[in-house]
Design a protein around this ligand. Sequence first.
Ligand code: ATP
Ligand code: MG
Length: 433
Amino acid sequence: MATNYISIQDAINQASKTVSIHGWVHRERGSNKLKFVTLRDSSNLIQCVFDRAVFEKRWDEIDKLQVEASLRITGEIKKDERALTGYEIQVKDFEVIGKSENFPIAKDLSIEFLADNRHLWLRSRKMTAILKIRSTVFGAIDEFFRQNGFYEYHSPIFQAVQCEGGSDLFSVNYFDQKDVFLSQSWQLYAEPAIFSLEKIYTIAPSFRAEPSKTSRHLTEYWHAEMEVAWCEFKDIQDCGEKLLKHVVKKVLEKNKEELKILERDISKLEPIVKKPFVRMTYTEALKILKDKCKMPVEWGKDLRTIEEEKLTMLYDVPIICTNYPKKVKAFYMMEDPQNPDTVQGCDFLAPEGHGEIIGGSQREHDLEKIKNRLRAQGENPKHYEFYLDTRRYGSVPHGGFGLGVERVVKWICGLESIKDAIPFPRTMERYKP
Ligand code: ATP
Ligand code: MG
């Protein structure tokens, strides 16, 4: 980093005297006598004024400045109500560091065009704001778990088992081996580690061959997962609620400006920090869907996106929905002793129709029950021997959850699509650039 140069925000904060800044041309316009350049860096924007009387000999260079050229500028900063961010710099000296060709992104381009030019679109104010919030979210998740005594732990990405159903596995060309997949979740490799570390978490990519074109599925997403020994089902729900409160609180503290750029209504986020989440069972959810939304769902069917959406519209905080029917949930979820048709699993459904952001459960620790559930799902328990060992040597009550980081970013930022919650989204239709 060049010394003497300060960020645009720091220049604005100090407000008067000579400053040196560097950045990219966000906009430019001008006349024969004056050129106005809005300069952008990661911190903010500022209007810079070039006066021909000062730069007669270099006017050609100034006149040719194009959007996205990179510059170093020294000048006098002062308040100017008319300028976009309330300040203006009268340029005294400058250096063009990198010229720019005709920048392909102008206003009102199609979603497809922006996706093809994602590497350039990242520079937009919208994407910059989202990426800053995303960074806060990652930092807050990490902070939460570390403050609460969790160890960071890592599982392999190449795996030879499935844990979320075989239909959305990505197979890998692993030398001449068959049946090697990209990780859908860390879980089966996390459970063995609770016997040494007891409380663990990770933030890592998960991969799912999602054939559906929804606004909330990616094929590669960042998955924050936790697993704890000696816990009860309620502890898992409490932990997820505390984590989400912490994350939203941090974003509200650190990203007011970015939320404003995204035109996010902050009053929709404030209740998340202040109010307890709504908790209900799947069976209760069906009753509410029928009575309040006129959407009858047959007991035993998983909730569809549309049903989740309608349900979440009724509350201003996430719903923790528990006790789903056993047959729609993964084999490792604990059968509820009070109601063995259901499992001690929970989905956290975000308000305003954003839907599932966390999936968690108490884990079944009975070896025979797990084997039977695996068989019922068409799996051969032999392939899971390493995992079944977790139930053979000092099994303890334990549980955990997985949070889709992009789903949380989508919700907090109020985005239409999950694709804007990650720099380079991967979906069935797109793996470039
Ligand atoms: P859904 O029903 O929405 O497909 P899921 O039940 O498959 O979700 P889990 O297996 O419980 O999800 O995964 C844990 C979390 O990971 C989810 O709550 C969600 O936040 C996130 N997640 C799952 N699949 C995706 C995906 N394809 N893209 C982005 N995030 C995902
Ligand atoms: Mg899924």
